[in-house]
Design a protein around this ligand. Sequence first.
Ligand code: NAD
Length: 258
Amino acid sequence: MTGRLDGRVIAVTGGAGGIGQGIARAIVEAGGRAGLIDLDGNRVEKAAQTLDPSGETVIGLAADVTDRASMDAALGALRDRFGRFDGLVNNAGIVRLGPATEMKPADFDAEYAVNVKGVLVAAQAAAALMAGKGGAIVNVASNAGKVGYPNMAGYNASKAAVINLTRSLSLEWAADRINVNAVCPGGVATDMLGAVADFISEKSGTDRNELFGSMVPAQLGRHIEPVEVGRVIAFLLGDAAQIIRGQAITIDGGDTPY
Ligand code: NAD
């Protein structure tokens, strides 16, 4: 069925986090199965069990996206559990907030390690399983990779890098029938957006919850839900998206005009 993921098996990194769980819900909604991958095994298994206590459609696996051996092991275990492997959502990411003048090189390195190198390493592990038979990869960048935000210099730069890494991989892996795209969400109501609200509230003295509530796309007038990001990703993982390649699709309710 066009655009559906019936039976397909997709790995979702950062799967214990807010958007990761929304992506898994959307994959299951589309008839697929998801392997959540995150650093802490107990946390990711709990997230998987919340989504599907039976373990028939969602399982949790511990791995670090910056470490190729651990990604190979997790993706291999996912394929063995469900008997096939069809795609990867590179969703793991971190943010370090603060003025650029005070930014520690170690924080910049940490953001690049997870947000950029992690995307490449996980994609390499996935491509090794999909080469020849085809598949899809969706990288979760951010609208912060298209426009700049203050106090997020390393994050902005890393997400811009993901957008261009996506273009490179899309071109290089087309011959292996691996379709690679990126998405660029705006503010989605998760712990990460909460951390941004905490930071600004501390700096400005604004009420934290009021601030969090106001961090919504102006035209939409409400927060974007993780599963809404997931549904766009599920579409990009499917056959109907074969004509969309190497793109960075903005999902921010209209805040970013490109
Ligand atoms: P989150 O903090 O809830 O989830 C991120 C997850 O990534 C966490 O569970 C964390 O443990 C995991 N992770 C971190 N380093 C890892 C590693 N080395 N290996 C495996 N897992 C690792 O954040 P979220 O809001 O769900 O963000 C998910 C993605 O969406 C990130 O890439 C983020 O940059 C991007 N994003 C978020 C927003 C937003 O407003 N929340 C907007 C645009 C883009």
